[in-house]
Design a binder for this molecule. Structure first.
Ligand code: CDP
Length: 222
């Protein structure tokens, strides 16, 4: 089996659109591998903070990436064999991830690692540029979105259910800032690829969204 023949389902979309949850469930259902590309930008932001490298230092960040040993194991994120799954999900690291992600050198330094996830029998990859830059030859491309208000409410509920105090207005403000940074940057901006299927999830449950992706995927394979 050549690399090009291994199917990829690319799922892109803005923050808190539910990409991660939906992509993981689709991968589990199909028995495919899963790539959480956002986790890579989070790891870069986290690691830079540990090493006191400012998030605007493009070249230093790109050099730092070469020294990182990143592994995904049973749903956990390991950095140099240390489990940092929880640490990379804070709001501060979310902001840092979107700041380091604007740098072309940072994005290039993460490309090979992302390609290495394309293994048989297939891959579900989620992020901002899966359809446009990382896996442009993916057969199935989905752009998953919801209004900023609905996404903010989801993030709010997620934090509160973990016992983390949250303020809905601040979350909405933060989300809009990140949307704007992701859409306005010149390197791999968040944009809907011309050949992607738009899936709006405002009124869809997780199960309905997963089913919609699976149905669309099988419809274009025939
Ligand atoms: O949960 P949320 O969607 O906010 O975050 P994420 O998917 O973990 O991504 C964190 C940040 O990494 C985003 O705000 C993007 O700026 C950046 N990112 C990116 O630039 N390209 C990707 N393929 C994935 C994430």
């Amino acid at each position: 089996m050549t690399i090009e023949s291994i199917p990829v389902i690319a799922i892109d979309g803005p923050s808190a659109s539910g990409k991660g949850t939906i992509a993981q469930l689709v991968a589990a259902e199909l028995g495919f591998n899963y790539l959480d590309s956002g986790a890579l930008y989070r790891i870069v932001a986290f690691s830079a903070l540990q090493r006191k490298i400012p998030w605007h230092e493009e070249s230093l960040l790109a050099e730092m990436i070469q020294t990182l040993k990143i592994k995904f194991l049973n749903g956990k994120v390991l950095l140099n064999d240390q489990d940092i799954s929880e640490e990379i999900r804070t709001e501060a690291i979310s902001k840092g991830a979107s700041e380091v992600a604007v740098h072309p050198k940072v994005r290039n330094a993460l490309i090979d690692l992302q390609h290495s996830f394309r293994q048989a029998p297939g891959l579900v990859a989620d992020g901002r540029d899966m359809s446009t830059v990382v896996f442009p030859d993916a057969r199935t491309k989905i752009f998953l979105t919801a209004t900023a208000e609905v996404r903010a409410k989801r993030r709010y509920n997620q934090l509160m259910s973990k016992g983390i105090y949250a303020n809905l207005d601040l979350i909405l403000q933060d989300l809009r800032q990140r949307d704007e940074r992701d859409q306005q940057r010149t390197a791999a901006p968040l944009t809907i690829s011309a050949d992607a299927k738009l899936l709006e999830t405002d009124n869809l449950s997780i199960e309905q969204a997963v089913n919609a992706v699976i149905q669309y995927n099988s419809s274009i394979q025939t």
